[in-house]
Design a protein around this ligand. Structure first.
Ligand SMILES: NC(=O)c1ccc[n+]([C@@H]2O[C@H](COP(=O)([O-])OP(=O)(O)OC[C@H]3O[C@@H](n4cnc5c(N)ncnc54)[C@H](OP(=O)(O)O)[C@@H]3O)[C@@H](O)[C@H]2O)c1
Length: 339
């Protein structure tokens, strides 16, 4: 029997992805959709401003949206809430015994909350056993961090990595459904995204670190610069890695990289976590953002210069970097017996 799940923040950019990805999911069935009080009481199809390419699934159309005045009944909760709401609400839900899969930055650095990417740090899921609540919180990384750590992990399995520099070009959808005015972003590049650089630097060290009764951050210098660009979906990142891997080593490491989700065939796991491009003009958001149904990180433009391996990556910010990542985490938690 499928597990009943609730989606919180269901009308937003990430919430819409959840509604789409959970359509006919083999393990999960959406039985409640939550949004703000402004939307509560309306049918989902009337409240949502549906902006993603797959059509609104028919199961969700007539579901009446709830607000948090109504108790969450489902044991499994996918959260796509603004940080200020998630700060307390996700903790309250975990205390009530719910298994919360969060996209928000609120709890990523709580002592026993993993930032989980099952191909990269599957053992970090053990941390939930230390959470002092009946349920637990498992978070996603920031959408740019996710795209970065997957190829870094592939390199680190075989080679030494001494430092990492990354410059991001992040899509507008990363700022939420009402996030940026057209006047600010059309034909423009914004050279700053609040708190993004700090998140990429600190989350990378946590994800690539160890968990032994507590998180031990990886001792790895990471320097990030984040830009917003007029792209609809998909974060592109130019990465410089100080490493002993040469170009051919790196290509092989990227090509052959798989993790537990591939080994145990989780439904949302892409066949290849990293798709390698040899053509000079790839990856591009227009051509490659939906690779592996939005769950593969596309990597290309590999060069080595002065001890630094450089490459360009592209990762889908609302699928691999948000809703798809959360659904994969829930599939993994269920299969590993944490739910
Ligand atoms: N966009 C991305 O690429 C991305 C990637 C990774 C992580 N995230 C994180 O995921 C979360 C959601 O991001 P988003 O881009 O989907 O945001 P969004 O498009 O602005 O959507 C926000 C959602 O939260 C609901 N909401 C707002 N205020 C609320 C309240 N007081 N109580 C209950 N629900 C409320 C909204 O409902 P109404 O429609 O009723 O207002 C909407 O469903 C954020 O924490 C963000 O940082 C986003």
């Amino acid at each position: 029997m499928k597990k009943k799940v609730a989606v919180l923040g269901a009308t937003g950019m990430v919430g819409q992805r959840f509604v789409s990805l959970l359509n006919e999911h083999p393990y999960f069935e959406v039985t409640s959709l939550y949004a703000s009080k402004n939307s509560a009481g309306k049918k989902y199809k009337d409240a949502v401003n549906w902006v993603i390419e797959p059509p609104l699934p028919s199961y969700a159309k007539d579901v009446v949206l709830k607000s948090f005045d109504e108790r969450v009944e489902e044991d499994i909760v996918f959260s796509a809430l603004p940080k200020e709401v998630a700060d307390t609400l996700e903790i309250d839900l975990a205390k009530e015994g719910k298994f919360v899969f969060s996209n928000t930055a609120s709890h990523r650095f709580d002592p026993f909350v993993p930032i989980l990417i099952p191909e990269v740090n599957p053992h970090h899921i053990e941390a939930v056993k230390y959470q002092k609540t009946e349920g637990f919180i498992i978070t996603n990384a920031n959408c740019s961090t996710t795209g970065l750590v997957i190829p870094l992990k592939a390199l680190m399995e075989k080679f030494t990595v001494k430092s990492v520099f990354v410059v991001t070009m992040q899509a507008i959808s990363g700022a939420g459904i009402n996030g940026l005015s057209a006047l600010l972003i059309q034909g423009n590049v914004l050279p700053y995204i609040e708190k993004e650089e700090e998140k990429i630097e600190s989350e990378t060290r946590k994800i690539l670190g160890e968990f032994k009764d507590g998180f031990i951050l990886k001792s790895l210098p990471v320097f990030a610069r984040a830009n917003r660009v007029p792209v609809r979906e998909g974060h592109t990142e130019v990465v410089f890695v100080e490493t002993d891997a040469d170009c051919e080593d790196a290509k092989l490491a990227f090509k052959n990289f798989v993790g537990i989700p591939q080994e145990i065939s989780l439904p949302t796991a892409p066949e290849k976590p990293i798709l390698l491009h040899e053509e000079m003009f790839r990856p591009q958001p227009v051509l490659d953002v939906n690779s592996g149904k939005g769950m593969s990180v596309s990597v290309g433009r590999i060069r080595k210069n002065n001890g630094f391996l450089t490459f360009t990556l592209l990762s889908h910010n609302t699928i691999r970097g948000a809703a798809g990542g959360s659904v994969l985490n829930a599939e993994f938690a269920l299969k590993e017996g944490f739910i």
